[in-house]
Design a protein around this ligand. Sequence first.
Ligand SMILES: N[C@@H](CCC(=O)N[C@@H](CS)C(=O)NCC(=O)O)C(=O)O
Length: 220
Amino acid sequence: MYILYGGGVTRALAPQMVLEEGNLPYELRKVDITKKEHRAEAFLKLNPAGYVPALVTPEGDVLHEAAGIMLYLADRHGLTDLAPAIDDPLRGVFLSRLFYFTNDVQPSFKRTYYARRYALREEDILAIAAQSEAMVRDRWQVIEDQLAANGPYHLGERFSLLDIHLANWAAYGLRKPGDLLDDMPASKLLFDRVMARPKCGALLQALMDEISGFRQTMKR
Ligand SMILES: N[C@@H](CCC(=O)N[C@@H](CS)C(=O)NCC(=O)O)C(=O)O
């Protein structure tokens, strides 16, 4: 049994979708980041990085980093329909896309929510947020072009956890749920396909329903 700390409007949804797609038993423990529960002493003992998600493995190890957790789950449970095995020639493309997203897209995305952390002066916050949004679009466009040339999924005709990962971030959108997809048709096609999967679709829809109120609490 796994324990996933996250819930609410957080990227914990991405590993949760992998747990669901893989039919892996887990318990979800909600950490309310709007109440700063992720910085409470008890949670910091679990994950000193002070972020969600965190996953406690059946052996009691605590893992953090959403994408790393997703990959661990797929590899450990042989979910080769979600992650090509290490000797699969597609593994290289898979890792390249995964690391690109986590290193290049995610940080800019997060900065749109937490622009305040990057500002020395109050009056700079909105400009930092706007520039971060532009960076998300710029970096996402690389993926959009790859999908347009060789979609509908990141790995062509083959679905993988990369698509789950992208769908999670697409659901957030920048100003409202899904808005990034308005001018990204190939990403929209991918998103619609993930939404059509019963388990992922239900979780993503619940996330989008919850986002608007959350955004007002957290943004900037
Ligand atoms: N690099 C980590 C970052 C995790 C992260 O930033 N999680 C957000 C929720 S989506 C969080 O905990 N935010 C609270 C904060 O930054 O104070 C990952 O990808 O898992």
